[in-house]
Design a protein around this ligand. Structure first.
Ligand code: DC
Length: 233
């Protein structure tokens, strides 16, 4: 008998490893994977490229006017099987991970008109279930009825080290201190914004992976999925 399709929401702090584990889980169970953070990053890149952010100040009126002309899609790279963000038909997967985007994305993600538009797009992507989506508000706002919700956390030091290693591996010149500062700033903004702040949904399962290996966390997630599927009627 086919397993019932469910919706899986994975939320947590930046660099908590949620995207990595969400991707592996989606691959293991044959689900679609959507990185909702990549969508906020893509809007941020668009704003930077069109001079809508000057000295950290966002031209909100212009961004709101341009928003309908920003088309965000995901394309599966046939070589790596990774899902890559496309901005109006251009592959921007690498650019959206750069520090200039990381430094501005929380402010863009705090704008209610941006959130309303992207949340609507995310809900449309998950209409048929069979999806793993990671972000900050997936279990609380985007899919409050998701059958499986996970809230991931790890210490800011562990998360900054992970992000630093990742950027270095990509050849980007950054200092650990700058990355740590960016992680702490984003934690603060993500938790304190008025619109859909980062919160653990009351029915989310907490996963603190500070002391876990990648294999351990993948196994933890798969066990939880099996348990939840067994409970579905
Ligand atoms: O997961 P990430 O670091 O790539 O996310 C980038 C930013 O986007 C992060 O600062 C918070 C924001 N974000 C959000 O507000 N809501 C989401 N569902 C996903 C990300």
């Amino acid at each position: 008998m086919n397993k019932p399709l469910i919706t899986i929401a994975i939320d947590g702090f930046s660099s908590s490893g949620k995207s990595t584990m969400a991707k592996v889980l989606a691959r293991n169970i044959g689900y679609a994977y959507i990185d909702s953070g990549a969508m906020y990053r893509t809007v941020t890149l668009f704003a930077l490229e069109n001079n809508l952010i000057v000295d950290g100040k966002i031209d909100e009126a212009k961004l709101q006017k341009f928003l309908p002309s920003i088309e965000i899609k995901f394309h599966v790279n046939s070589l790596t099987c990774a899902s890559e963000a496309m901005l109006n038909g251009r592959n921007v997967e690498r650019e959206i991970r750069e520090m200039r985007v990381s430094n501005n994305v929380s402010a863009i993600a705090a704008l209610p008109f941006v959130r309303h538009e992207l949340v609507a797009q995310q809900q449309a992507m998950g209409k048929e279930k069979g999806i793993v989506m990671d972000g900050r508000d997936i279990g609380t706002t985007v899919f409050p009825d998701a059958e499986m919700k996970v809230y991931v956390n790890a210490s800011p030091e562990t998360r900054a080290q992970r992000r630093f290693d990742e950027l270095q591996a990509k050849g980007q010149q950054v200092s650990y201190d700058d990355v740590y500062k960016n992680v702490c700033e984003r934690d603060y903004i993500d938790q304190n914004r008025a619109e859909s702040p980062l919160r653990q949904a009351t029915d989310a399962h907490l996963l603190d992976n500070s002391q876990m290996t990648v294999e351990e966390q993948d196994k933890w997630l798969l066990n939880l999925y099996d348990k939840i599927i067994a409970q579905q009627k």
